[in-house]
Design a protein around this ligand. Structure first.
Ligand SMILES: Cc1cc2nc3c(=O)[nH]c(=O)nc-3n(C[C@H](O)[C@H](O)[C@H](O)COP(=O)(O)O)c2cc1C
Length: 213
């Protein structure tokens, strides 16, 4: 079966994407509003977009949950400040992450709501989360408007924080123990998550090995 996207209702279009493009990493987006109040929310339309410059992209939809609020708080705060942080979510943080997804009114500190301790960033005006395995401090690189009150936020990572427990050294090179972080991802339906601690290993082939030339 094929689906012409422009003939579908928005809910079906959305389902075709989010129930198939899986698993998706989760950006726990941390911002501050103009009054210095912390905000946190998860976004799984998220990925790294390159290393030089080190970019991440996050898709933020319009707010359909709250009467009279058109734009999600994360997007409004990033628009205003041009700064944010992203924490990755381990199994240990998953429940708290879910709490921060609630449709709280603007100005509510979801970090406090979820019982999380905020820590200062080094270079941006956004909180970090005590105990998160990995966090990125970001400056807004480009905002791509995708529709009314929705946008793709592209951020340049200016500082990366990795919990020392997951760092090591191998032959003089930085080693990051990703499986030990037990990061969770979003999968095919609302409320469904995947664990990422059973990777499938495949060495990449060079053309020489493949062709036998
Ligand atoms: C795991 C998870 C992933 C989510 N991913 C997205 C996303 O990629 N884009 C989006 O607009 N909303 C996403 N949401 C919904 C937002 O987290 C939710 O609308 C939240 O209330 C927004 O908070 P804010 O207004 O403080 O930014 C996701 C929710 C969950 C639980």
């Amino acid at each position: 079966m094929q689906f012409a996207m422009n003939e579908l209702d928005p809910a079906t279009r959305y389902k075709l994407l989010v129930n198939t493009i899986t698993p998706r990493p989760i950006a726990w987006v941390l911002t501050r509003d103009g009054q210095g109040r912390n905000n946190a929310a998860p976004y799984s339309f998220f990925n790294a977009m390159g290393g030089t410059p080190p970019l991440v992209a996050i898709g933020m939809a319009a707010d359909a949950q709250r009467d009279g609020v058109a734009e999600k708080d994360s997007l409004a705060n990033i628009r205003a400040s041009g700064q944010f942080a992203v924490a990755l979510v381990g199994e240990a943080q998953a429940e708290a992450m879910n709490v921060t997804a609630c449709d709280a009114p603007p100005g509510i500190d979801e970090l406090a709501l979820a019982g999380l301790e905020a820590r200062p960033s080094a270079q941006v005006d956004a909180p970090l989360i005590a105990g998160a395995p990995v966090q990125f401090e970001c400056k807004l690189w480009k905002l791509v408007e995708t529709g009314p009150h929705s946008a793709i936020v592209i951020g340049e990572v200016v500082v990366a924080h990795v919990d020392d427990a997951f760092l090591g050294e191998e032959e003089g090179r930085l080693r990051i123990d990703n499986p030990a972080m037990k990061l969770v991802g979003r999968t095919y339906a609302a409320g469904e998550y995947v664990k990422t601690d059973s990777p499938l290993h495949m060495d990449r082939l060079s053309w020489k090995e493949f062709s036998g030339d």
